[in-house]
Structures are given as C-alpha cells and as structure tokens.
Ligand binder design. Structure first.
Ligand code: APR
Length: 235
C-alpha cells in the first residue's frame, strides 16, 4: 500500500531515526544487536550531567561520534529521499538524527529535532564552531568555556524552531512515514501521533516492533530501509 499512497499523497512527511543511518555504518541506539545504549547508559554520557561532572569522558564519547559522522557517508536511501523532495513526492523531512546525512544527500526541507554533530558551541558564551575542532582535539572556546556538540542532550529541551516546524509539518501531512526509529524518545515520538490525529495516514517502517505500531495504517518490519526505498523508487 505504501507505494500507492506515496504516489497519491499531495503532502508527504518522512520522519527518520537512527535506523536510517545504520546502512551508512553508524550504530543506532536501541536495536537488540548493535544499539549504543545497550553498552552505555545515555543518562550518564549523553546528558548535561555528564557534560558538567564528567567532561573528559563526555568529550571522548562525542569525539568518537564526530569522527563517525565524518568517516561515514549518506547511503542510497538518503539520496532517494532527496530525489523525492526534488520530484515533489516528499514535502518535508523531520529527523532525530544528528549526522547531517540528509542534507549531505541533498535534502533541503529538513527539521533536525535533536540538533547536529556537524557543529559545536561553547557551553559558556554560545559561540559556534565546526566539529572539526574536536577532530583536532581542540575542546575549549577562546573564552575558556568548554566546547560541546550542538545536539540535544538528555535533560535539555528541543530547539524551538525545529519543534515548531515539525509540529506544523505533522499537522499538514496526508501521509506520514516513519523510517528507522524505535519511537522511544519524547517529545519526538509524538509527531507520528499528531499527524495521525490530524487525518494523516501513518506508515511505520522499522526492523523491530515499536509501541506505536498499533496506531499505524501500515507497518513494515524486517526490511532494510535502503532496499525498501529502492523498491519504492522504481517507477
Ligand atoms: N532498516 C530498518 N530499521 C532499522 C535499520 C535498518 N537498516 N537499522 C536499525 N533499524 C531500526 C532498529 O530496529 C531500531 O528499532 O531502527 C530503530 C532505531 O531505534 P533507536 O536506536 O532507538 O534510534 P532512534 O529511534 O532514532 O532514537 C531516538 O534517542 O538516544 C536518543 O537522541 C537519540 O535521536 C536519538 C533518539
């Protein structure tokens, strides 16, 4: 049904999670085999508490992740989504991912709910830097403050503009497609419901079951996103 709905819909919004980037080589967070949070407690490493009380470990963890997004690249699925935007098949992309791969693949209408690892900013004065600084082991701002990735840490609220955009797009959607998210994190996981409540069809594409499957009009499990998007992309 997804292929038919995709052709028929006049306003399609895609919502991606870490499962969109595993085929690029980046680990996700909660899948049973490779999830990052199976080995680390996010509240102890990906949080403002870690930044304030455990800065060396915090920086080491995020330097690894910055190296990852510099080393790996968007895969064919990212390029297909960018192409659909150009063809007018896809109107907006809401992502929880911080790798910047959607933009690198050419997508322009993107709301990054959780920020981006491509940038850093000073925790004290807010000055922005490229995440290249972490690559070169530069961890402090000219003001002396510590540099941190411009992502949303556990304990922080979502960036207002991205949240507002995502809300508006979910309200406008006729077709809302989730790609590669366990939908475990609020408030990001509310957008599929907002779309559904405003009359959109909801399709969840995810290797494993999610708690939101019960609300979906169609659920596709046990399929790799890259392959599925390639199938959907055939004329
Ligand atoms: N194809 C389809 N599904 C996949 C693939 C794939 N190639 N690879 C992984 N998945 C599925 C996994 O089964 C998993 O359920 O993608 C889902 C990813 O879920 P999570 O790891 O929980 O990632 P996500 O939903 O994006 O997490 C949300 O949590 O830690 C925070 O800020 C972080 O943005 C992240 C948020």
């Amino acid at each position: 049904m997804l292929k038919k709905w995709l052709r028929e819909s006049s306003y399609t919004v895609v919502f991606t999670g870490a499962g969109m980037s595993t085929e690029s080589g980046l680990p996700d967070f909660r899948s049973s085999k490779q999830g990052m949070w199976n080995k680390k407690d996010p509240s102890k490493i990906a949080s403002t508490t870690a930044l304030n009380n455990n800065v060396q470990e915090f920086i080491a963890f995020y330097r690894e992740r910055v190296l990852g997004v510099k080393e790996y690249k968007p895969h064919k699925g990212h390029f297909i989504l960018a192409d659909w935007e150009k063809q007018g098949l896809l109107q907006y992309l809401i992502t929880q991912n911080v790798d910047g791969f959607h933009q690198q693949a050419g997508s322009e209408n993107v709301a990054e709910l959780h920020g981006t690892l491509q940038k850093l900013h000073c925790q004290s004065c807010g000055k922005e830097y490229s995440s290249e600084e972490y690559i070169h082991q530069e961890y402090y701002c000219s003001c002396g403050g510590v540099l941190r990735p411009s992502i949303i840490l556990f304990g922080e609220s979502l960036p207002e503009p991205a949240f507002q955009t995502a809300y508006e797009q979910a309200m406008r959607a006729e077709l809302f497609i989730v790609l590669g998210s366990s939908l475990s994190v609020t408030p990001a996981n509310q957008f599929p419901l907002i779309a559904k409540e405003h009359g959109s069809k909801l399709v969840i594409v995810n290797m494993e079951k999610t708690d939101f499957d019960i609300y979906a009009d169609e659920v596709i499990h046990d399929r790799k996103i890259g392959e599925l998007l390639a199938e959907l992309d055939t004329k």
